[in-house]
Design a binder for this molecule. Structure first.
Ligand code: ATP
Length: 528
């Protein structure tokens, strides 16, 4: 027997007054529900370093698994490795990081705050972009169904001027950075009258380059110690292993090597929670291809990676591509997949056509050949590389911030729900005995014991059942299973869905399949 008990309809509304409030709510919710803590909090924390708590570690692991499954397990020609964080220091000379892994920094003389000069300029442009969005919104209201956004963007005088201003500013900045003309970057900041966002002061120092790598030492005594770096990206661990993996795995081009691991950057400005950390995790894949085919593969991986993101259901409107104006020294094409974070559209993933730069550099510095013998062509060459690189922590923030919503229910109450994609939720189901007596806790615990072979499940008996539902909603748990007195006679329980709040009466033995259907990686990845 199955009865459906629907507790009213729900409509979603956004209670946030502005982006700052929303972002603050995200940070405090992450702490309150055991997702993310400030590192070493009892010592007042360490700037831009965070710890993942009991729920955060699970969510992070699930994101990592979702990526690994899609990139490694589902591709016959992609394998995964786990290279060490420490690498021979020449690696970073060859890769260009010792000489060129810099950010342009600028200090405000009054506030003594330090900023990335390029970020100040980009934020200035983002504000103009917000004005364009406002104009579009107003016009859409005015014209109703007849509104043609493309045409409006191309013809509205004010919008066209805004867009020209953005293009001219970004292109001048890109050129100056390319030429290392830091005086012009400062001149641009002054011309645009950019002020310290915290104090409004325009009293700036010169712009300087700042290397982002952390140094450390290897060796027991100071005289013999070797200077090392903590890796600033995982990619180089893949390049130096290219030939080993190709030979031992008998890999044929095109093929990829994937890796997930920690990276470290001494970021100048790190005030955006886990968006920009000094210790973070990357999920990278280097795809080795025949020279000359990089354009097709660039398009292929742009499309494939975007589909992966969309499969999680966070809303297609929250993603966009941003092609790079300024290319890194190793790239012949690059784009970012940007996501709409609570503070606006920002880079979530980078897709780079890295040419043969890295392998050639490592050939030169190591004196070892890093080439592939192509049997079809009967010749050896240094492969070109297409890279997809996503920050695991940034992905965490994208998922978490997008999922946190306030809903007004039709009985005039509100609830906080963390609508995490069920496949990523840390706890898949909570089992709740209606009361703490009459044998109900024992049955609930048996259900937990059975389900925990397949899923991460919770047992919760404290407080009234309504409060427990709210707690699990805020925690992101997709299902609540309630054991009541009917369970004693007919072996059925209610299963409540987090998002719809719909409750169904089902047999205990049906639970596993019902939950599996909604949380299975396959169900979600098939949407790609
Ligand atoms: P940004 O311009 O934001 O500094 P980037 O272009 O330097 O990023 P990449 O070197 O392309 O970043 O690194 C690939 C991915 O690693 C980024 O898309 C981002 O998701 C992640 N990432 C980079 N730096 C950090 C950081 N400090 N904290 C968290 N994630 C990061």
């Amino acid at each position: 027997m199955q009865t459906v008990l629907t507790i009213g309809t729900v409509f979603y509304f956004c209670t946030m007054t502005n982006q700052d409030d929303q972002f603050k709510r995200v940070i405090s919710h992450a702490k309150e529900y055991g997702y993310v803590f400030q590192s070493s909090e009892i010592y007042d924390g360490l700037s831009a370093v965070y710890d993942y708590a009991q729920n955060g570690a699970e969510l992070k692991k699930n994101i990592r698994d979702y990526w690994w499954k899609a990139m490694v397990q589902m591709h016959d020609n992609i394998v995964g490795i786990d290279a060490a964080i420490f690498m021979h220091p020449t690696t970073w000379k060859a890769s260009g990081h010792v000489d060129a892994f810099n950010d342009p920094l600028i200090d405000n003389k009054d506030s003594k705050k330090r900023y990335r000069a390029d970020v100040l300029i980009e934020d200035y442009c983002a504000k103009i972009e917000a004005k364009i969005d406002k104009e579009v919104e107003k016009a859409a209201k005015r014209f109703g169904d007849a509104f043609d956004k493309e045409q409006f963007l191309a013809t509205n005088q004010r919008v066209v001027e805004y867009q020209e201003k953005i293009n001219a500013t970004l292109s001048r900045m890109a050129k100056s950075l390319e030429k290392e003309d830091l005086a012009d970057v400062k001149a641009l900041i002054e011309e645009l009258e950019i002020a310290d966002p915290l104090t409004g002061s325009r009293n700036w120092t010169e712009v300087k380059q700042f290397n982002l790598m952390f140094g450390t030492k290897l060796g027991a005594s100071a005289e013999n110690a070797m200077d090392l770096y903590l890796r600033p990206e995982t990619a180089q661990g893949i390049f130096v292993n290219f030939l080993n993996v190709q030979k031992t795995g008998r890999m044929k081009i095109p093929f990829g090597i994937a890796q997930v691991g920690k990276a470290f950057r001494n970021e100048i400005v790190a005030r955006q929670f886990i968006f920009r950390m000094r210790e973070f995790e990357q999920m990278e894949m280097q795809f080795f291809i025949k020279p000359g085919t990089q354009k097709e593969w660039f398009e292929h991986w742009k499309e494939t990676r975007m589909k992966w993101h969309i499969s999680l259901g966070l809303g297609t409107e929250n993603y966009r591509f941003h092609d790079h104006e300024k290319l890194a020294h190793y790239a012949d094409a690059a784009t970012d997949i940007e996501f709409k974070f609570p503070f606006g559209f920002k880079e979530l993933e980078g897709i780079h056509s890295r040419t043969d730069f890295d392998l050639k550099q490592h050939e030169e510095y190591s004196g070892k050949k890093l080439q592939y013998f192509d049997h079809e062509m009967n010749e050896s060459y240094v492969p070109y590389v297409l890279e997809t690189s996503i920050g695991l922590d940034r992905m965490f923030l994208a998922v978490f911030s997008n999922s946190l919503v306030e809903e007004e229910l039709d009985n005039n109450t509100t609830r906080t729900v963390l609508k995490l994609p069920a496949v990523l939720a840390p706890v898949k189901a909570a089992v709740l005995p209606l009361v703490k007596k009459d044998g109900l806790p024992e049955i609930a615990k048996q259900i937990v014991d059975e389900l925990k072979w397949d899923f991460n499940v919770d047992y919760d008996e404290k407080d009234a059942v309504g409060r427990r539902y709210r707690r699990q909603d805020a925690n992101g748990t997709p299902f609540c299973i309630t054991v009541d007195h009917d369970t004693l006679s007919d072996n059925t329980v209610t299963i409540r869905h987090r998002d719809t709040m719909e409750q169904k009466r089902v047999k205990i033995e049906e639970l596993r399949d019902l939950i599996k259907q909604e949380v299975d990686v396959k169900t979600w990845l098939m949407k790609m």
